[in-house]
Write a new protein. Structure first.
Length: 597
């Protein structure tokens, strides 16, 4: 029997060792502490077809991003010429290239792994390289353009670059460690143990790779391995609020020093913290313990994502079983732009009143949090007012647009569509509207959702015909030719299911219409600003010259034009974008689904 037991134990040990042997000890996640407060990483590289599709999409946006950086450099030139040169040098590396060509030239591995995470609250980025020497050359060219080299230092045989930022009490640390780029923002003159762990010279006692938390999270939430992220508020919020984290402490000390120089108040007084801060931060974090996100589908034609906000049990239970009777929230016929938003005032009033009572019973004492006491007190006072009709009877809002077009003569676009107000008392809401707008006084909508035309005066104000219809739990307004034929069906679209809070649909064509309208308005504003600048007195001593202003205006115009061109090119590829949000037993879940042509 003992022999059999030993044999089984030996077999299990072999299995465990085999499993461990498949873990790459130099993978970025092997350097991430298991208790990191935040992380975003890939657990596997994209397949070739998907990567090429995403690179093609990124290449469409690249000219816009280059134009934005050039505009920034022009804006910074009078005040910070060194920074302007650095930005221009970076744009020169990108200009005329694809993302893939840029990566190959500078040693970035687009098939590699990465991790962005916190050493405490200090952000660290690890990215795998194909050619460390090419990356070093890239950094050297940026230093030359900047006009000075970054400071260099070493720990043992490991060298690194650093740049101090005295105003914030921080420093940038940049290094090539093996075949990985490591970049971090650390406290100025960071302690050696923190530096060693950041650079990977010392490993965490337990890594996120050992812990397997991201892999388990991906499996639980359905995240694909291409990108998984988590913000742990139970870890991060106490570090930030209490000031016990080295990076946060360094930033606070720098700000206190600047404040002391202005006011004469001793730095020690400005840095005093209350012992209640950490537990009170934990009290807040317990209400929203974590936020996680990831792709659920990613290929040449689909980009689906999910965001999960964990909530305390009482918050989740308050909304997870709630059904909001707003037509369209549960689906049905969708317009090119269709947004349904639950606003269950009765449930919201009950929930927020309870939160206000909880804070009143146990006020915050931490100096950084005491303002919450006043905020929740005002919230508690406002909640009884929210019960007054018609606002107190609201259930939600739906906006469905069937058409949208730009008009240079108007500040608003031309549109046709429907507006639906969900309410537990449609007759009361209509009566309130009739009291506020006398022209509606004689309006008597028929039963069953049959539309009635709005008075001619109101139709004239809207610039097109309009109709009103009522249902059991909603009022619906149709604006534009043909919208009267859609009102009855709109009022009978499915209401929300348990916990459902939001539904949105946007067609690619409507997305493009929105962008064209925004571009037209942006051009109008730019023209107006240019006209106004002609009448301004030029300033030469101290501020900007007419030449500076002209250069900046030209750069901003180029940036705006490139940005809209890139966005419109991207919109041309979009077939539809859909989103949905609901509360389940674990918390708030937000999903998005983008389908490309």
């Amino acid at each position: 029997m003992q022999s059999r037991t030993r044999f089984i134990a030996l077999g299990l040990a072999c299995v465990a060792l085999a499993a461990c042997s498949h873990k790459d000890k130099n993978a970025p996640l092997a350097f991430v502490p298991a208790d990191t407060p935040y992380v975003a990483a890939n657990l596997a590289a994209l397949d070739d077809a998907t990567r090429q599709a995403l690179l093609a999409q990124a290449d469409l946006q690249l000219p816009s991003q280059v134009a934005q950086m050039e505009a920034f450099a022009t804006r910074e030139q009078p005040n910070d010429p060194d920074a302007a040169r650095l930005v221009r040098a970076f744009t020169a590396e990108l200009k005329g290239k694809t993302i893939e060509a840029f990566a190959q030239a500078n040693g970035f591995d687009l098939k590699g792994r990465f991790a962005l995470y916190g050493e405490g609250m200090a952000p660290v980025l690890r990215f795998e390289l194909t050619d460390p020497k090419a990356f070093e050359g890239f950094v050297g060219r940026l230093e030359t353009a900047y006009g000075k080299q970054l400071d260099t230092a070493a720990i043992g045989t490991q060298s690194y670059r650093k740049q101090l930022f005295p105003a914030s009490g921080t420093e940038l640390v940049l290094a090539v460690v093996g075949k990985q780029m490591v970049a971090a923002i650390l406290p100025a003159d960071a302690a050696t143990p923190l530096l060693r762990q950041t650079l990977g010279l010392d490993r965490p006692a337990k890594s996120l790779q050992d812990d397997g938390r991201l892999a388990a999270l991906a499996k639980d939430k359905g995240y694909a391995k291409w990108l998984v992220g988590q913000l742990d508020l139970t870890r991060s919020l106490p570090l930030v609020i209490s000031g016990s984290d080295p990076l946060i402490a360094a930033i606070e000390h720098a700000h206190a020093g600047a404040e002391s120089a202005k006011t004469g108040e001793p730095v020690a007084n400005l840095l005093k913290t209350s012992p209640s801060c950490a537990p009170e931060a934990s009290r807040i974090a317990a209400r929203v313990p974590s936020i996680s996100f990831g792709y659920t589908r990613l290929d040449a034609q689909h980009q689906d994502g999910r965001l999960d906000v964990a909530l305390a049990d009482d918050i989740a239970k308050a909304f997870s079983g709630l059904k909001v009777e707003l037509p369209g929230l549960g689906g049905g016929s969708a317009a090119p732009f269709d947004l349904s938003l639950a606003l269950p005032v009765v449930a919201l009033r009950t929930f927020w009143s309870a939160q206000a009572d909880a804070v009143a019973a146990k006020p915050f004492t931490c100096p950084m949090l005491v303002d919450l006491n006043d905020g929740f007190a005002k919230l508690g006072e406002a909640m009884p007012k929210a019960a007054l009709p018609p606002f107190g009877n609201l259930l939600g809002l739906r906006l469905a647009l069937d058409s949208l077009s730009a008009d240079k003569t108007s500040s608003l676009p031309n549109f046709s569509g429907r507006v639906v107000l969900g309410t537990s008392d449609p007759s009361g809401l209509l009566a309130t509207g009739q009291m506020m707008v006398p022209a509606l006084a004689k309006l008597k909508p028929a039963a069953g959702g049959a539309p009635v035309a709005l008075p001619k005066d109101m139709a004239t104000m809207l610039g097109q015909p309009a109709w009103l219809a009522t249902g059991d739990k909603a009022l619906a307004l149709g604006i534009g030719a043909g919208e009267d034929a859609k009102l009855a069906a709109t009022l009978h679209d499915p209401a929300g299911g348990p916990g459902q809070m939001l539904r949105m649909h946007l067609s690619g064509a409507m997305y493009l219409d929105w962008l064209k309208f925004m571009e037209m308005k942006s051009d109008s504003l730019a023209a107006a600003a240019a006209e106004m600048s002609k009448s301004d007195e030029p300033t030469i001593n101290g501020d900007t010259t007419p030449a500076d202003e002209a250069a900046q205006a030209a750069a901003d115009a180029a940036r705006s034009k490139a940005q809209f061109t890139a966005m419109e090119a991207q919109a041309q590829r979009v077939d539809s974008i859909d989103a949905e949000a609901h509360v389940d037993d674990s918390g708030l879940v937000i999903t998005s689904h983008t389908t490309l042509k």
